[in-house]
Design a protein around this ligand. Structure first.
Ligand SMILES: [Zn+2]
Length: 386
């Protein structure tokens, strides 16, 4: 027997959405009667949006519940790494507690797919990872969560490779890395270590790359080369890639060709404080681009975190002056799977909000009234009233 969500608004028209075993099996105009006896819930004309994908975040760095944490003024990432350790050491609450509150807020915001980078190094060992693995299990019926082992302090430093291996044996599914040149100081050796870990554990890769300009360019080109050599096309991603915002048009086109050939997506947090990849241009060139919150709450890096992917897409639209309805709808393609219309056979993951249409929701960031995961109401302001 199907379950129906009736009178959900999509593109200013109303539909009945039929669900069975967690998937969408029918989409009918609301003028059509649904079979008597099927269970139903009335969406009361609220707008239906697909749930969001957040391709880059850090649950373990969150300061949620810690009150105000003051940060010193810093200019360089190496200073930042030191200060992050000091600030984290002074926190009163556990990683599990802070990451748990953060994950709950992410689910309430309508994100159903989340890639989480988790710090792994000799100081914290697997402590952060254990907390996130526990949350992954606890939230398995609410969100699809991928865990990246992330050597924030450097992969080649501090004997982190050993800890990365431990992490990959204990719940981490992907290999992370950070600034092979800028932090590790040896781009080729660091990237080789990343790809060796990938080969040993048959794990995909997602690398943080903040290194600028020509250093960043050389790193991306090397990653494309190593991806091809390892036959890892479609299993490697590059986060941030600020350098793409500094390179010439011709250089970006050259790099884009390699990214497309190896199916390497760029993942951006849409920064406003640093150059960022030319997302619209990369899309034109065929490069996949995903967005991530990066800082779902205040953390060591910024007091201005947010776990709302709709807000992230809004920032992207605002930056590129996507003010027409068509462009604003396109912004959703960076935070989930287009199109906005429900697809028969796909998981019944969506939310209901008070907005006229998708463009209106992007502009107004409405409260998520109800969030459904695999056809089950799991979150949202109206969760309890249901
Ligand atoms: Zn990050």
């Amino acid at each position: 027997m199907k379950t129906w969500l009736c009178n959900a608004s999509i593109d200013s028209r109303q539909y009945h959405i039929g669900m069975e075993e967690g998937r969408i099996v029918s989409v009918l105009p609301s003028s059509v009667s649904i079979p008597a006896g099927d269970s139903r819930e009335d969406a009361q004309g609220m707008l239906l949006l697909p749930t969001f994908a957040d391709y880059h975040t850090h649950l373990d760095k969150s300061f949620v519940g810690e009150g105000w944490v003051s940060r010193p003024k810093l200019n360089h990432i190496m200073e930042m790494l030191q200060v992050e350790k000091e600030l984290q050491a002074g926190l009163r609450t556990s990683v599990l507690e802070r990451a748990g509150k953060t994950l709950e807020a992410i689910v309430q915001g309508g994100t159903s797919r989340l890639r989480v980078h988790v710090d792994v190094d000799p100081t914290v060992g697997l402590k952060h990872l254990e907390a996130v693995v526990e949350l992954k299990e606890r939230y398995s019926n609410k969100i699809h969560l991928e865990i990246v082992a992330f050597p924030q302090q450097g992969l080649m430093k501090l004997d982190s490779v050993r800890w990365m291996k431990e992490a990959l044996r204990n719940g981490a599914e992907m290999v992370g890395g950070v600034d092979p040149a800028g932090i590790d100081g040896d781009m080729e050796a660091s990237l080789n270590a990343v790809f060796e870990l990938s080969a040993e554990f048959d794990a995909a890769i997602d690398l943080h790359l903040h290194d600028p300009d020509q250093i960043g360019k050389a790193t991306i080109l090397k990653m494309i080369e190593l991806t091809e050599q390892a036959g890892l096309g479609g299993r490697v991603a590059i986060s941030h890639a600020y350098c793409l915002g500094e390179l010439s048009r011709g250089e970006v086109e050259e790099i884009a060709g390699g990214l497309v050939a190896m199916d390497i997506p760029i993942i951006s947090s849409v920064p406003i404080d640093t150059p960022m990849p030319p997302i619209a241009r990369l899309t034109e060139l065929g490069v996949k681009v995903h967005l991530g919150t990066d800082h779902p709450n205040a953390d060591s890096w910024t007091p201005f975190g947010s776990c709302d992917m709709l807000e992230k897409a809004r920032r992207l639209a605002e930056k590129y002056m996507w003010f027409d309805d068509h462009s604003m709808r396109e912004a959703y393609s960076y935070i989930g799977n287009p199109p906005l219309l429900p697809i028969i056979g796909s998981p019944a993951n969506f939310m209901l909000v008070q907005a006229t249409n998708a463009a209106h929701a992007l502009a107004s960031l409405p409260v998520r009234e109800k969030v459904y995961y695999q056809g089950v109401l799991i979150a949202g302001r109206m969760q309890k009233e249901a």
